[in-house]
Every structure is written in C-alpha cells, then in structure tokens.
Design a protein around this ligand. Structure first.
Ligand SMILES: O=C(O)CCC(=O)C(=O)O
Length: 275
C-alpha cells in the first residue's frame, strides 16, 4: 500500500524539541510532548495496529482468572516485523530523533516495539521501572508511549514519578502486586505526573523511571503503541534476573559484550552531525 504523502512527511519531519524540554527529561526522567502527531496520522495507523493485536493475541482467559500482570494489558511485541504498515510508524524519524536528542547519544536502534491494549475492565499497571527487564550496558534506553485515542486517567493514562530515575530502591522488582505496594510507599517523596493524554500527545520515559497506569474503568479499550529505543552503541550484558534472560530473545544472535546489532535491532536514526 502506498503511504499518503502528508503522513510520510509527518513521520519524518523534525518535531523541533526545545532545549528546556531536553533539560526537563534529564532532570525528571520523562517528558510528555503535545501534538507529536496529528489525529489524521494516528487514525491512519490505529486500525492496522488493532488488527495485528487481535490476530496475534494468545490471551483467552477471562480477566478475573488472570494474574495482575496479565490483567493490565494485552501485550503484543514486534508488530513491525508482522506489518509493513506498522513498520512505517515504528521507523518514524520524527520519534527516533526525539529519542536521540533526549538521551544525547549519536543515534538510536530499536530494542523492540509493543502494543499495550488495556481492555475495558482491565487492571492497573503496577509501579515499575522497565530497565529491570533489559540486559543492556548503559542507561540510554527510552520508551515512547503513543496512545491511539485520547486517554483519560479513568482509561489508564500512563503516570510518571518525576526524578525517580535516580532512585536505587525498587530496581529489583518485577511488575507485580509487590512492586505496586512497595513502590507506592517509596515514591511518596517524589512528584507524580498524573494527567490525561490528548490524541497526538506522546510521552518518553527513561529505563529507570518508575511509572504506572490506573485500571481501565471505561467501556472502551485503551489502545497504545510503544517503541523502545536504545543507544545505537548499546551492548548486551549478562542477564541479572530471569526476565532479562527471557529478553535475550529481543537480541537474537548477539553475544554478551557485543553491540546489539541483530536484524531485530535496526538503527532507526543517527544524528548526521555525530555520525
Ligand atoms: O501501558 C501501560 O499500562 C504500561 C506501559 C509501560 O509500562 C511502558 O510502556 O513501559
């Protein structure tokens, strides 16, 4: 299918990140950006992302019978491999340039993408930091969270704990009832950003920033696409827990100590002035 010219242009044109926004990310470990994409673009990709989620979903248990993790969302990874249309969004230069500028590295490669669909009645996403799951050599890893509809707190908008990327406590906690309980206590000293997302808003959070989302108390699924970018020079390290062991599947054929340069981890953007 041929991509409409205006959408192609929007995917690649720079967003125009300001210096104070880069500073906010460095200080707080996350950044919420307004109107990164138009509703036209998101409404163009939403049907394909949803189609792939439905096709690839293997979760068939009713919500009441699932674990806390599985109640939080349907999680479908690496849609870009399954759909040439979703690939266009995941390879957006606009998004990858933002990730590169926020982390101050010379470029970014894909760790993986994932759709996170919180069903109507789906549970809360407990407090956690993503980097607990990643066997990587430095902290330059960031998730872009891209809602495919306007997302209220009632629907499960993502919330961030500002400055929590400096906290060492809780870095050994997987997503669970335990992480929710222990981190809710430990994070009381930090400011929480709990605000809705308009359609077009996109957030970026660092690997060690603690975040959560409430339950979906609306009658509509909360449809979100995410892209995890890492420093293009990131190396694989020895996994430190069973979840990092499982995440090796995202870096096929890469040996411990090597740059994560597998076919599943393409470079999406390199800053021409730093290449
Ligand atoms: O979408 C959610 O509920 C959680 C998202 C999240 O934890 C992430 O993208 O890192």
């Amino acid at each position: 299918m041929v991509i409409p010219g205006n959408i192609e242009g929007e995917l690649s044109a720079p967003y125009g990140l300001r210096k104070e926004q880069i500073e906010f990310y460095a200080q707080n470990g996350y950044l919420k950006l307004r109107q990164v994409f138009t509703s036209e673009l998101l409404n163009y990709y939403q049907p394909e992302v949803s189609k792939k989620v439905m096709e690839l979903n293997r979760q068939s248990l009713p919500l009441a019978q699932r674990s806390t993790y599985d109640k939080a969302f349907l999680q479908i990874m690496n849609l870009w491999v399954e759909s040439s249309i979703v690939r266009e969004l995941v390879f957006s230069e606009r998004l990858a340039r933002i990730a590169t500028e926020l982390m101050g590295c010379r470029g970014v490669r894909l760790y993986h993408d994932q759709a996170l669909y919180k069903e109507s009645g789906g549970g809360a996403t407990p407090w956690h930091a993503d980097q607990y799951y990643f066997p990587v050599s430095n902290d330059n890893i960031v998730t872009a969270w891209i809602p495919l509809q306007s997302t209220s707190l009632e629907m499960g908008a993502l919330c961030f704990c500002g400055k929590s990327h400096h906290l060492q406590y809780g870095r050994d906690l997987e997503i669970s009832d335990e992480s929710e309980l222990k981190l809710a206590q430990a994070l009381k000293q930090f400011p929480v950003d709990e605000t809705p997302f308009a359609l077009g808003d996109v957030s970026f959070h660092a690997g060690w920033t603690f975040h959560r989302a409430g339950a979906n108390r609306t009658g509509q699924a909360r449809e979100v696409m995410t892209i995890i970018y890492m420093d293009q020079d990131m190396r694989l390290v020895q996994p430190k827990n069973k979840n990092q062991e499982s995440d090796l599947e995202h870096c096929p054929g890469v040996a411990i100590g090597e740059v994560i340069d597998s076919p599943l981890n393409p470079i999406i953007f390199t800053d021409p002035s730093k290449s």
